[in-house]
Design a protein around this ligand. Structure first.
Ligand code: PMP
Length: 432
């Protein structure tokens, strides 16, 4: 049993001549799992199709945005309907107002919101606003959290930065790095120590309220509320980076699920329905410091792009009008996770699985995974073999141990059964 990947391999060969590493985003290159990346041609519902015509059940879903599956009818229709109206105006539009109003109605912390073009732009802008608003320079982030590729965040970063072994990237100046303080995830005491050592100097604490970028790691009981209390007491802006979790773990994201409201929220992925969109928002008095309402500068030629807004509006409206979808996603993900646990039990394996809603990770370690240090106890070589065993069986997983999987509503019970059969065979093959 071996799928043919000749066309993908030819394209990768060509791509390496014209694109750094042959890809436009590092994790796509399969460096962490070995082998060569697959070049995709189309996708529909739960399936991806590569250039060689192979079909895969998709557990990445474009790293989160395709929560409704690929080529969703309502999103595609919204884009088609918007096309004749121009691809870009560079002037305000009705759609942007409607989009802002919808986001505000869905996300508890957001009272005003600014649209940008990626998650990276959202976090870079949010941190600038927090600094401008507080008049302080430093921020606290958590080891293994990823907040895009902005300079201040490439310190102890997760996702592709871990995968390539360059958590502190060349090109990030010492000055910038000095303003980024890091603490282990789920460690409130470490945060308190940093605050005590830098009195009245910390502008913001930024975190993924549920981490996806060191594999899936949930917040410990009381961690989010503890941060909320510390930030309120110390006048620090609490930023939830909900680029992955926003509109995924609940209509209002992790902040709704855990009942903890940050001062600012960064959004991306689902908010664009697959188009390049991000957003940051928060309390009115903070957001009023953004230009032209206030002095903190942030801008974008294509921000609020009509096609992107149409796709995003269609995705968010669908989720807003179908709240039952979250229970369905939970149920199908429970089935994938419980089935995997059962397969492991029957094979005498005891690897750790973390899950929150429709996000989960299988860590190839027997230790509980609660932070970056414990995530790193995983056997990466074994993960790589598992990844390829699944790929050969038509299951497309994230090509790194330090990424979460994303389940879409296009995964039916039958597809979950097929996944679990492949999972059992793949785990068995690892033991051979
Ligand atoms: N924040 C988080 C939590 C993310 O997961 C990501 C991307 N995976 C980003 C920010 C950056 O978003 P983008 O890749 O759209 O720039």
């Amino acid at each position: 049993m071996s799928l043919i990947h000749t066309t993908s391999q030819e394209l990768f060969q060509r791509a390496q001549q014209s694109i750094p590493g042959g890809v436009n985003s590092p994790v796509r290159a399969f460096r962490a799992v070995g082998g060569k990346p697959l070049f995709m041609k189309s996708a529909k519902g739960a399936y991806l199709y590569d250039e060689d015509g192979n079909q895969y059940l998709d557990l990445i879903n474009s790293w989160g945005p395709m929560i409704l599956g690929h080529a969703h009818e309502e999103i595609e229709k919204a884009v088609r309907d918007a096309l004749p109206g121009s691809l870009s105006f560079g002037a305000p539009t009705r759609r942007e107002v409607e989009m802002a109003e919808l986001i505000i109605s869905m996300v508890p912390s957001v009272e005003k919101v600014r649209m940008v073009n990626s998650g990276t732009e959202a976090t870079m802008s949010a941190i600038r606003v927090a600094r401008g608003y507080t008049g302080r320079d430093k921020m606290i982030k958590f080891e293994g959290c990823y907040h895009g590729h902005g300079d201040s965040f490439l310190i102890a970063a997760g996702s592709g930065a871990i995968t390539l072994g360059v958590p502190d990237s060349p090109g990030v100046t010492k000055g910038v790095a000095n303003d980024t303080l890091t603490a282990p995830y789920n460690d409130l005491e470490a945060v308190q120590t940093l605050i005590d050592a830098n009195p009245a100097q910390i502008a913001a604490i930024i975190l993924e309220p549920v981490v996806g970028n060191m594999g899936l790691v949930p917040p410990a009981e009381g961690f989010l509320q503890g941060l909320r209390d510390l930030c309120t007491k110390e006048g620090i802006v609490l930023i939830f980076d909900e680029v992955m979790t926003g509109f995924r773990l609940a209509k209002g994201g992790a902040q709704e699920l855990y009942g903890v409201t940050p001062d600012m929220t960064t959004l991306g992925k689902i908010i664009g329905g697959g188009m390049p969109v991000g957003a940051y928002g928060g309390k009115v008095d903070i957001m009023n410091s953004v230009a032209p309402a206030g002095p903190v500068y942030q801008a974008g030629t294509l921000s609020g792009n009509p096609i992107a807004m149409s796709a995003g509006m269609a995705a968010l409206s669908y989720l807003n009008e179908h709240p039952e979808l979250y229970a369905q996603l939970q149920q199908i993900t429970d089935k994938l996770v419980n089935g995997t646990k059962q397969n492991m039990q029957e094979l005498g394996l005891n690897y750790t699985i973390n899950q929150v809603g429709s996000m989960y990770s299988v860590f190839f370690t027997e230790e509980p995974v609660t932070d970056f240090a414990s995530a790193k106890t995983s056997d990466l070589e074994l993960f790589g073999r598992y990844f390829h065993q699944m790929l050969q069986r038509g299951i497309y997983l994230a090509p790194s141990q330090f990424e979460t999987l994303f389940v879409s509503s296009a995964i039916t019970d039958d597809l979950a059964e097929a996944y679990l059969a492949a999972n059992r065979e793949a785990l068995q093959a690892l033991q051979a």
